[in-house]
Design a protein around this ligand. Structure first.
Ligand code: ADP
Ligand code: MG
Length: 263
């Protein structure tokens, strides 16, 4: 996916009219918010999600009825063979793609019912996405990359945006390299910039599509520590990995095969 995908995100002012039915007095736990009946309120709920691609006369069913719930505060790993539909699942959750059938509800909002434009604005404000190949803009410094989603969402004054981006780079341990270009950073450092960028608008949800897939095992483990820390600090984290060691350290592993969730 081209890095310019970001250029379309969140150009319009952020709307704050999303539905919130949560009771502020309701107790919450490290893993999920507890409903009155004791069940966990999902941050993400996919019901019967299908995705088909038309290729000439043929229709290819990449997702064949995915049902998935992820609770507030969960750390979930998504695993499965190449081509099984992992990226497609993540993309319908983050609003990069839309399902052909079924419903996708995130934080109480039916995102499958949104227009492309609404979805771009929503995504820019509510989801942080981290990709395998970082997708940083090569001519911008770490700081300029990390500030982009704030600029697109037009959040606060310019100086505040830069302060916030600088703070996020500090959080990921890159406070001393804010002026470096991506090419002047290691793979792990570039992924840290991408994580700082994902944190820009303080989203509840962080989604990573093989975020450690292009890193050596030591750096991958460090990156996983960072995701874990963000999760402990309150983010719901969903990431695809081929590394079963890293997957095993999530709260839960979701296996996808042939476009379906398997037990
Ligand atoms: P994974 O991430 O598990 O490797 P993907 O979600 O990327 O799998 O893809 C699932 C299936 O959908 C694959 O067979 C892939 O070739 C197909 N697919 C993905 N995107 C497209 C597209 N834009 N057009 C046609 N087929 C696609
Ligand atoms: Mg993939």
């Amino acid at each position: 996916m081209p890095a310019s995908r970001w250029e379309g995100d969140g150009m319009a002012p952020v709307s704050e009219n999303h539905r919130h039915e949560s009771d502020p007095g309701r107790p919450s736990t490290a893993i999920g918010q507890v409903e009155r009946d004791g069940s966990v309120a999902p941050l993400i709920e996919l019901v019967g999600v299908e995705k088909s691609y038309r290729m000439g006369r043929l229709e290819y069913r990449a997702l064949r009825g995915i049902d998935l719930r992820v609770g507030v505060g969960e750390l979930v790993a998504v695993v499965g063979p190449s081509g099984s539909g992992k990226t497609t699942v993540l993309n319908v959750i983050s609003g990069i793609d839309r399902p052909s059938a079924g419903t996708v509800t995130v934080d109480g909002l039916r995102i499958d019912a949104m227009s492309e434009e609404e979805l771009a604005v929503w995504r820019g404000a509510h989801v942080g996405v981290v990709f395998q190949f970082f997708q940083l803009l090569p001519t911008l410094s770490a700081l300029e990359n990390a500030v982009l989603p704030l600029d697109f969402a037009r959040r606060g004054a310019k100086r505040e945006r830069f302060e916030r981006a600088r703070h996020n780079l500090d959080l990921v341990g890159l406070g001393d390299k804010v002026d470096h270009l991506p090419a002047e950073l290691s793979g792990g450092e570039q992924q840290r910039v991408a994580i700082a960028r994902a944190l820009a608008n303080d989203p509840k949800l962080i989604v990573g599509d093989e975020p450690t897939g292009n890193l050596d095992s030591v750096t991958a483990a460090e990156m996983f520590e960072l995701f874990t820390r963000l999760n402990v600090e309150g983010k719901t984290v969903l990431y695809v990995t081929h590394d079963l060691g890293l997957a095993g350290r999530a709260h839960r592993v979701v296996s996808i095969r042939d476009g379906m969730v398997v037990a």
